[in-house]
Design a binder for this molecule. Structure first.
Ligand code: BMA
Length: 881
């Protein structure tokens, strides 16, 4: 049983019924098996893998091996080194399936492989069918005349990407930058293959996740059949959108086989309640081959789709059908949202340039985080996990997520949920970093095919507001020495590599987006200024800022001195909860430097926990034990990211976005995430809900000056009061002021810059705080507690909060009663799963908080397990020692 403390919303999410992503597809109904390919070099060391065994499709070889207990759980303990042989082996999958007579009778048929990972040779009934080399593409093969009623066999051999590519990579006189070299010896450190293959980059290991170079049929296989023609695709272009009308063009792609023929094409649009609001009929003359038929549509008084916090997420359903037949091949449906999108890059007077997303004509301050893959083995990620995590994002007042480029293009379900919740998506193409052979035309062609597949698959989602070429490649080349080093070693090759980069990200992908993405803008890299001279600039374009946490590991207050146009990455690490750590390591092995703990800390080859300690020490001092290390790490992360996020928001409109690194986890381990692998809220996520709230106060103290700003992200003016109280830690009030103000829609208003001397007078900085609050209708809607010294030097006391659990059954409440100041109170119930309304709380002297709690456990058990950690308790015990 795990300790699962998280918000209400998470539990509610689980209860929600899941929406089917699309009409049922013709998923191949087959029995799948797998084995190590006979004759493979790994066979002698792993004989048990050589027998045919049942396989799960979609799936991966690691999860199939795990299902048959042939390998230990790749997430528990430290088995990574011992599992690298899997990535060096070749694997064989086979499926047997029957085809119903009616299906077989159809004149046209194809097998559609939505995801093959990666170098795959496919045979159907003993004959070659296709060869694949790109896990991000859809592979399609015509199969009419090649199927039989019973006992068809599909056979797929997956070749190891490492052994396949290594000879050619090793033969290169000069290498191009890959990403994280393997510490396990399965691949030479100076000849990384990952950037030469179109396979999720993180499979080769990343600084937050394990190296599992997997293989398999990772997305469904479908058998599609049709008669004389079929609808291949339906896209809906918005030509004009305002309060009066939406003018749309339904672009219906029809494939027709045989002599020219005519057919009736019907298109209709239903509003969110299912009422038909537009309808058109078109008598189409079909020529042999593929053709696009454009059908104009008009919706009067359209309901627009808005990001979360700005309005409703209304969606319309567009349906196209060719003829009156019930044949699914002759129908297509898209759920769309009506919104306009502009990436506004307005020049400043002084040479800078803005970077703002404008939705339906309104500039939106983007608040959110970066998304990484949800698991090392993507087929394990089900819709309910996506819903849990995306709902948590929305509930933390986020309105944008960046799908980072080192993973895979997410399932349709991800975007359906983002559409529904109003989460804007910044979508990277799948390039995680380093450099790739863009100089190779075949490689570029493969990427273009992949890009078309995915842009077309996803383009109807209103949530997607940017397609971005890659993660950090331009800045790596220009700023991290890679371009310079290669130019020194081999200037001709370096020029060729850079030209390949420009061809791929400057031209090819830009063109695909212009042609296919229905008006969504393109941006060549994050961070960048879209191939302008400088890549990671604070005055133009988007910015990744890693001088805090990364080198030179500046203190978190450095966040306050960095003011970009759009912060697309910044972050601090923490570990997940004790209960999560218990799953991966026995208590006896829970030490900062134990092998199992180190195996789950991927930052800078074993230096991650030291870095974490560095930041904990700066603010809180030395943790007294591993449990305190976990707690203080989470508090440090939450307080540090809050500082940055509030500074970004307070810098509006100069800064128009703040996406921290990272939302979620790929496995249970240390990382920059605010949600753990199961979607439980870490301290950061509770804090994010406060610092991203639409109405919030920022009180940012740097160098002895506290800057107070009032933030309004709502689209309407807000009448509020702001209040400043200076008080002693025991509650004695020293001064107070309060003022009414009207906040403009979408604004940040600075209301004061106050020096310590002015706030403190003669009071002791270690015993005094400033409390800054935003009130609406006399209710505190946002609060910041400003300390004048680091927590480790503050006169915090232990035993300042009394906690109790009241009620029974589904009426449980945690009541907190503070005596003196309480900082960072973290409530947990040990191993018992409890969903809490809020957590990580600062309480003012004398304050009482009542929090709803829900759990399956009985109240007596929970009462006994209830525990509250606070900075005062943790640091005071430390001080006594
Ligand atoms: C960023 C990302 C990732 C990485 C993260 C943390 O720059 O783009 O590649 O995981 O930093 O180091």
């Amino acid at each position: 049983m795990q300790n699962r403390i998280t918000s209400w919303c998470l539990a509610i999410a689980v209860m929600l019924l899941l929406m089917p992503a699309q009409a049922p597809a013709a998923v191949l109904d087959a029995r799948w098996e797998f084995r190590l390919l006979p004759g493979n070099a790994q066979a002698s060391a792993h004989p048990r893998a050589s027998a045919w065994r049942t396989a799960q499709v979609p799936g991966s070889v690691h999860t199939d091996l795990l299902a048959h207990a042939l390998i230990p759980d790749p997430y528990v303990g430290a088995p990574e080194a011992s599992l690298q042989w899997i990535g060096l082996a070749d694997w064989e999958y086979r499926a047997t399936f029957d085809v119903a007579a009616a299906t077989l009778a159809r004149p046209h048929a194809e097998l559609v492989f939505e995801g093959l990972d990666t170098f795959a040779e496919v045979e159907l009934n003993g004959q070659p069918l296709l060869r694949a080399d790109n896990a991000h593409r859809t592979w399609i093969a015509r199969v009419e005349g090649r199927l039989q009623p019973r006992g068809n066999t599909l056979r797929i051999v997956f070749r190891s990407p490492i052994t396949t590519l290594l000879p050619s990579v090793q033969a290169m006189p000069h290498k191009i930058a890959g990403n994280y070299p393997s510490p396990y010896g399965d691949e030479p450190r100076d000849a990384m293959v990952g950037n030469f293959v179109r396979k999720p980059a993180y499979h080769f290991g990343w600084d937050w996740g394990p190296r599992y170079v997997t293989a398999g049929v990772w997305r469904p296989v479908r058998l599609e059949t049709w008669g004389a023609h079929r609808i291949d695709d339906l896209a809906v272009r918005t030509d004009r959108l305002d309060a009066d009308a939406a003018l749309l063009t339904a672009q219906v792609t029809v494939r027709h086989e045989g002599a020219a023929a005519s057919a009736l094409l019907d298109v209709d649009v239903r509003d969110p309640e299912g009422r038909i609001v537009a309808r058109a009929q078109h008598n189409a003359l079909l020529q042999p081959g593929e053709q696009q038929i454009d059908v104009p549509l008009q919706i009067d008084q359209p309901r627009r789709w808005w990001p979360a916090g700005q309005g409703a997420q209304d969606r319309y359903t567009v349906h196209a059908s060719l003829g009156r037949d019930e044949d699914p091949a002759l129908r297509a449906e898209r759920r769309i949202g009506l919104r306009s999108i502009e990436l506004r890059r307005q020049d400043d007077a002084d040479g800078g340039q803005g970077f703002a997303f404008v939705i339906n004509g309104r500039e939106i301050f983007a608040k959110g985080a970066n998304v990484i893959p949800f698991d090392a083995f993507p087929a394990r990620v089900d819709t309910s996990r996506l819903r849990t995590i995306l709902t948590a994002a929305r509930d933390a007042n986020m309105n944008m997520l960046r799908n980072w480029g080192g993973g895979y293009y997410e399932d349709d379900a991800f975007f359906d949920i983002a559409d529904e919740l109003g989460l804007l998506v910044w979508q990277d193409f799948m390039f995680g970093g380093g450099m790739q052979p863009g100089y190779d035309p075949a490689f570029r062609q493969s990427v273009v095919a992949e890009a078309r597949d995915n842009v077309r698959r996803l383009r109807h989602h209103p949530s997607i507001v940017l397609w971005c070429g890659n993660n950090e490649e331009e800045t790596a080349w220009k700023d991290w020495g890679h371009g310079r080093d290669l130019a020194k070693a081999d200037p001709v090759f370096a020029a060729k590599v850079w030209q390949g980069y420009v061809d791929l990200f400057g031209n090819d992908l830009r063109r695909v987006v212009a042609e296919e993405a229905l008006g969504v803008p393109y941006w060549s890299s994050s961070p960048s200024n879209d191939l302008d001279t400088k890549a990671n600039d604070s005055t133009r374009g988007d910015k990744h800022y890693w001088q805090v946490w990364g080198n030179p590991a500046l203190p978190v207050t450095a966040y306050l001195r960095e003011t970009p146009r759009f912060m697309s990455e910044y972050g601090l690490q923490s570990w997940p909860s004790q209960a999560m750590v218990d799953r991966i390591a026995p208590r006896a092995e829970q030490r900062i430097d134990s092998p199992v703990i180190q195996a789950h800390q991927k930052f800078m080859a074993g230096q991650g926990n030291e870095r974490l300690l560095h930041y904990i020490r700066l603010s809180y001092g030395e943790p007294r034990d591993f449990a305190a290390f976990l707690y203080l790490g989470q508090v440090m992360q939450a307080e540090g990211i809050q500082l940055a996020a509030l500074h970004h928001r307070a810098s509006r409109p100069y800064t128009m976005g703040s996406l921290y690194w990272q939302l979620n986890d790929v496995w249970p381990g240390a990382s920059w995430s605010g949600l753990d692998h199961d979607g439980h809220w870490k301290a950061l996520h509770f804090q994010a809900r406060r610092f991203f709230a639409d109405l919030a106060v920022a009180a940012l103290r740097d160098d002895g000056v506290t800057r107070i700003s009032l933030l309004n992200d709502t689209p309407t003016p807000q009448r509020v009061d702001w209040r400043l109280r200076v008080m002693a830690l025991d509650g004695r009030e020293i001064s107070r002021r309060q003022q009414a103000v009207v906040l403009a829609p979408g604004s940040a208003t600075e209301v004061g810059r106050l020096g310590d001397a002015r706030l403190l007078g003669v009071e002791d900085p270690a015993r005094t705080i400033a409390v800054v609050e935003l009130l609406q209708d006399e209710r505190v809607v946002s609060r910041q507690v400003v300390s004048f010294v680091e927590a480790r030097d503050q006169a915090l006391q232990a035993d300042q909060v009394k906690a109790s659990l009241q009620g029974e059954g589904d009426q449980l409440e945690v009541v907190l009663q503070a005596r003196g100041l309480v900082r960072a109170a973290w409530i947990d119930f040990g191993l018992h799963e409890v969903v809490l309304e809020d957590n990580l709380l600062d309480l003012l002297p004398g304050e009482r908080r009542v929090l709803r709690a829900r759990s399956d456990r009985d109240a007596a058990t929970l009462r006994a397990a209830l525990r509250v950690q606070t900075l005062g308790d943790i640091l005071r015990v430390h001080a006594v020692r």
